[in-house]
Design a protein around this ligand. Structure first.
Ligand SMILES: *Cc1c(COP(=O)(O)O)cnc(C)c1O
Length: 353
């Protein structure tokens, strides 16, 4: 039983339980005092699951259940070379007996990228790598045909980041989980929450859950990808599609509207491109780790935390209760002993100095 089922009784879509939820909502008083935030909480979605956590697992609970229901034997998804989503999908698809296939595109070479590529070796992910969109389109068509011929069933295709309406329900549910936690702790809903925003499913799913709960919480969605992937129109469209999916059979629940006034896309922390990190990101990650005891990385979470730090520095958060949503997995399969030469040769360049 999820909060979603409680909230929307007519919702009957199956879910496979992969997470240990609720994740802790941890108060960080030292950090709050140091930064000048009224009260600061960290939503520990770094601990959603083992052997791999972070935000993608909440989405996969719905997506992989749908894949199984449709009888798929192969799951195809997309991401940059070091994609946490492609890795999470591979790990949990494999656990459920399905064949994972990842269609990857270039990103700057970083240690986290190399580590995730090596982790795919342990999952036996079928990796394909494309230099541009045309190649990717062609490659996908061919891969779908191949897997259908092999499996005798259509592959299940998950968009980048798992940000299909069905996957986003994971974050609608997560917002309702936060609501229940605040109620249990006898505190009002937070004034503001900060999350990294890549393919938007996390931020927009949270916004929809907050709307369903009637919570006034502002969502600060810190953009870490090109605007083509994270923009307001796409946010609105994802919000509406997800609301329609969820409430399709609820005849007397009003359709929630995109919260124009309480959803903010923050553009100032993106820097020079996806996966390119700055000195400021590293410093923010180091500061967070020292004070909060959890690790951030520089592609997503450190940038989101920098937005919170900047707002606090301007004195905007002094009287507010704020949640920082930690979306980065604290756990990951080991990579020791994995040999990059077992990856497709087109990926070897990530391992050369
Ligand atoms: C994918 C990812 C995000 C972004 O989530 P979206 O739902 O794609 O916006 C944030 N943080 C981490 C660590 C991620 O891997």
């Amino acid at each position: 039983m999820t909060y979603l089922h409680e909230h929307v009784p007519a919702w009957t879509q199956p879910r496979i339980s992969l997470t240990h939820v609720p994740t802790p909502l941890q108060e960080a008083p030292t950090l709050a005092a140091d930064l000048g935030v009224g009260r600061l909480f960290i939503k520990r979605d770094d601990q959603t699951a083992q052997p791999y956590g972070g935000n993608k697992v909440r989405k996969l609970e719905w997506l992989l259940a749908d894949a199984q229901r449709q009888g798929a034997r192969t799951v195809i998804t997309f991401g940059a070379a070091g994609s946490n989503h492609a890795l999470a999908t591979a790990i949990y698809a494999r656990r459920l007996g399905m064949h994972p296939m990842a269609m990857l595109v270039p990103q700057p070479a970083e240690p986290v990228v190399r580590a995730n590529l090596l982790r795919h070796l342990g999952e036996g992910t079928e990796l394909h790598y494309f230099e541009n969109k045309m190649e990717l389109k062609e490659g996908l068509r061919a891969a779908m045909a191949r897997s259908e011929a092999r499996d005798g069933a259509a592959p299940y295709v998950i968009p980048a980041g798992g940000s299909a309406p069905l996957g986003m329900l994971g974050y609608v549910n997560a917002a309702l989980e936060l609501t229940a936690q605040c109620r249990a702790m006898n505190m009002p809903m937070p004034d503001r929450l900060y999350t990294a925003c890549g393919t938007m499913g996390t931020a927009v799913g949270l916004a929809l859950g907050l709307a369903l709960a009637g919570a006034p919480t502002c969502v600060e969605a810190v953009r870490v990808t090109e605007e083509e992937h994270a923009n307001r129109d796409r946010g609105r469209a994802l919000f509406d599609e997800t609301a329609r999916l969820l409430l399709a059979r609820e005849t007397d629940m009003p359709m929630p509207r995109f919260p124009e006034d309480t959803f903010t896309l923050r553009h100032d922390f993106f820097g020079d491109g996806y996966g390119i990190h700055t000195r400021a990101d590293e410093e923010a990650a180091g500061y967070f780790e020292a004070h909060a005891g959890a690790a951030l990385e520089c592609t997503y979470t450190a940038k989101a935390f920098r937005a919170l730090m900047a707002d606090a520095e301007r004195g905007h958060l002094r009287g507010e209760t704020v949640v920082f949503w930690d979306t980065y997995s604290a756990h990951a399969p080991a990579v020791e002993g994995a040999d990059f030469h077992r990856l497709p040769e087109v990926l070897w360049s990530y391992f050369r100095p």
